[in-house]
Design a binder for this molecule. Structure first.
Ligand SMILES: Cc1cc2nc3c(=O)[nH]c(=O)nc-3n(C[C@H](O)[C@H](O)[C@H](O)COP(=O)(O)OP(=O)(O)OC[C@H]3O[C@@H](n4cnc5c(N)ncnc54)[C@H](O)[C@@H]3O)c2cc1C
Length: 374
């Protein structure tokens, strides 16, 4: 296995002529798929338009991970994914990437039974200590503002770009090639198999998996998913957290969509839904939303109004209704080009699902148990 710090990602030119599977996009999703496919013995080539991996949604992401999700299909991916993020044996670095600061999911008290059932499932599967806090003002440094909370002490956050690079290093160690600054311009049907057109030449592939994240909203020819994808803005701010402000767990409020997470020991990331659709992936920050976010999170983090704002980050993710059923459980869908599939849109939650989604997609590609591609 490659040592940390060894440059293993190639720039642009000298693409191979053939691959079993081409993965387009070196975000966290493409990296997870490439790692699992290479581990299964496939000749994998990853093509990334940017100069480095993790330059899209992944590189801007807060990386909050928890086992719980309101959507059972997402929860089924998030729970085993958390187990992977906790396990040091799964990483080239030899370290588990999870910062287990705990996760607080606040909800309406009417959700109590559902949350208790979820806590029992999580504890059974992970040997964890998830529990529901009801009638308390505060849990793990977060004011609940009249809600109840599912507390997952074993959850927290990961650094998504580091996870991405670790998986790509493992893929390279297993024989994959990762080419950055290699933009895919089109994917064509070449006698029933895909031909991947780049500036550096044409690559013939047995199959293509498109993991282009928000770029799927306006994809290159041949990579358009059957279910249209839209971009939606995600804007977060990072503020200083100084004593007497307490340390806290990651936080999501299901009632409002507001969220927060610690960044290191003395900063906090805050966010809430920014319902701007069909935006460019690199739109500038929205100052009105910055102030509205501070006000909206203050009932949960009362120290926020006097906290110094360090920076604001605006990016986008791909949003779409989950594709239905299929052999890859709705994770992949066709593009109209034979043997070319697109990964589903992650609707703002692709980090917490990536380990299990990558494994299932690789299984389906390797076994040929895929939904129709054309
Ligand atoms: C601010 C923010 C906070 C978030 N917080 C969380 C969180 O706390 N928890 C969570 O689970 N999720 C979170 N998310 C969502 C999560 O980060 C995304 O769902 C996930 O990173 C998507 O990964 P991806 O690999 O699908 O897409 P991306 O990371 O966008 O990767 C797609 C890649 O494809 C490349 N590409 C595009 N077109 C081409 C082409 N033609 N040729 C070659 N390469 C191409 C791009 O350059 C890019 O690197 C957040 C997102 C944002 C923006």
């Amino acid at each position: 296995m490659s040592q940390e710090g060894t440059p293993v990602f190639r720039r642009g030119a000298e693409l191979p002529v053939r691959a079993d599977v081409v993965v387009v996009g070196a975000g966290i999703t493409g990296a997870a798929v490439a790692h699992h496919l290479a581990r299964r013995g496939a000749r994998v080539v990853v093509l990334e338009r940017a100069a480095r991996p993790g330059a899209g949604a992944t590189g801007h992401s807060g990386g909050m991970v928890r086992a719980y999700d309101e959507d059972p299909a997402i929860a089924a991916l998030a729970l085993p994914s958390l187990a992977v993020y906790r396990d040091p044996g799964r990483w080239a670095s030899g370290r588990a990437p999870l910062h287990a600061v705990g996760a607080v999911t606040a909800a309406d008290p009417a959700q109590g039974t559902a949350l208790r059932e979820a806590a029992a499932r999580i504890n059974d599967a992970l040997g964890a200590s998830a529990h529901v806090v009801g009638g308390a003002a505060e849990a793990a440094g977060i004011h609940l503002a009249g809600g109840i909370a599912l507390v997952e002490p074993e959850a927290g956050w990961v650094a998504p770009a580091e996870v991405t690079v670790d998986w790509l290093r493992q893929a390279v160690a297993d024989g994959a090639a990762v080419h950055c600054a290699a933009e895919v311009r089109a994917v064509q049907d070449d006698g029933g198999r895909p031909a991947v057109v780049t500036d550096a030449g044409v690559l013939h592939a047995g199959a293509v998996v498109s993991a282009v994240g928000p770029w799927a909203a306006d994809p290159v020819p041949g990579l358009r998913p059957a279910t249209p994808v839209r971009t939606r803005s995600i804007q977060v701010s990072i503020v200083e957290r100084r004593p007497p402000a307490p340390s806290h767990a990651t936080f999501v409020d299901l009632r409002t969509g507001r969220y927060a997470k610690p960044v290191g020991t003395d900063r906090t990331l805050i966010g809430m839904p920014h319902l701007v659709w069909d935006c460019p992936v690199d739109a500038p920050p929205d100052p009105a939303h910055v102030q509205a976010t501070v006000s909206a999170l203050t009932p949960h983090l009362p120290w926020l109004p006097t906290a110094h704002r360090v920076t604001t980050i605006r990016a986008a993710d791909a949003y779409a209704p989950a594709p239905g059923g299929g052999a890859a459980s709705g994770l992949l869908e066709g593009t109209g080009v034979p043997h070319v599939w697109s990964v589903r849109a992650w609707n703002g939650g692709g980090v917490k699902t990536a380990p299990e989604a990558g494994r299932l997609i690789a299984d389906a590609v390797a076994a040929g148990t895929l939904p129709p591609s054309a």
